[in-house]
Ligand binder design. Structure first.
Ligand code: SF4
Length: 283
């Protein structure tokens, strides 16, 4: 059985043909296969939006949450059973509009989960209005004169919030994206992977071609050091966030281990005094 089949259920994704999200779904499945994560130890939780459908296509535990709240759900899952590999996925609207507060606080809390943002700089599911990551001047039906608000910068924001792993990639760069997903899942702490994922239906500006022409790989700079915070911040500013690769990684996990010692048994067992099997029956 190939890796995609092992982690796929029998539901056909109903994304538009050409949507960047197909590549991200496959990337997660290939990364999970590479790491040999048992299906029953993998949880994929997703928010609302076209991206939110992703968890419904996985042969793993999955949770389709409410808009902007997938990180509280993902953190709760990890709290309940630290042995699970938890991947949260959501769109740029989900993570950087209604969910911004959760995103920033989850980053500074640094639980060992992976957060993948399927970033198409637009709201696709609700028919193409501006997201907080849309560029100034982006024309939609609801902003016919062009978006006027300055877009948030997820990379700079996440570093400011104390994220310990930041990577960026593009749906069109499968090999790089999968490698970063593997590294993100292996990272002991909160890993944030911002994937530029073209919406072929509602974003006619940030297309596959546009990203190929505008994204710069940080490894083009031979002196780039992803453990150097100042260099990471500088690269994001210099490229206006349009860079890919492992932008920053802080491998000091002291903060997490102090808060959640590895000797700690799952909270569900501590607090409710029941087994995981009993808990699973309840939920
Ligand atoms: Fe993908 Fe855009 Fe279609 Fe949604 S509307 S499935 S984001 S192409």
């Amino acid at each position: 059985m190939n890796s995609v089949k092992k982690y796929s259920n029998n539901v056909n994704p109903n994304w538009c043909p050409g949507c960047g999200h197909f590549s991200i779904l496959r990337g997660i499945q290939v990364a999970a296969d590479h790491l040999k994560i048992p299906n029953e130890r993998l949880v994929v939780a997703s928010g609302i939006g076209c991206s939110g459908r992703l968890s419904g296509y996985m042969n793993s535990y999955s949770f389709h949450g409410i808009h902007g709240r997938i990180l509280p759900v993902a953190q709760g899952i990890k709290f309940a059973n630290k042995d699970l590999v938890v991947i949260a996925a959501g769109g740029d609207g989900d993570g950087f509009a209604i969910g911004t507060n959760h995103t920033l606080h989850a980053m500074r809390r640094n639980l060992n989960i992976t957060y993948i943002v399927l970033n198409n700089q637009v709201y696709g599911l609700t028919k193409g209005h501006t997201s907080p990551l849309s560029e100034v001047g982006f024309v939609t039906k609801s902003t016919p004169a062009g978006a006027s608000d300055i877009p948030l910068k997820p990379g700079v924001l996440s570093l400011s919030a104390g994220v310990t792993f930041l990577a960026q990639s593009f749906s069109g760069f499968q090999e790089q994206m999968i490698d970063l997903m593997i590294k993100g899942i292996q990272h002991e702490g909160f890993s944030f992977i911002n994937v530029f994922s073209p919406c072929v239906t509602f974003n006619k500006v940030n297309t596959y071609q546009w990203y190929r022409e505008n994204l710069k790989d940080v490894t083009e700079d031979k002196d780039y050091d992803s453990t150097n915070f100042q260099m990471a911040m500088g690269k994001l500013i210099e490229t206006d966030g349009l860079c890919t690769g492992l932008i920053y990684q802080n491998t000091d996990t002291q903060r997490e281990t102090k808060l959640y010692p590895t000797s700690q048994t799952p909270l569900v067992q501590q607090n409710l005094n029941i087994s995981i099997d009993e808990f699973n029956k309840i939920i």
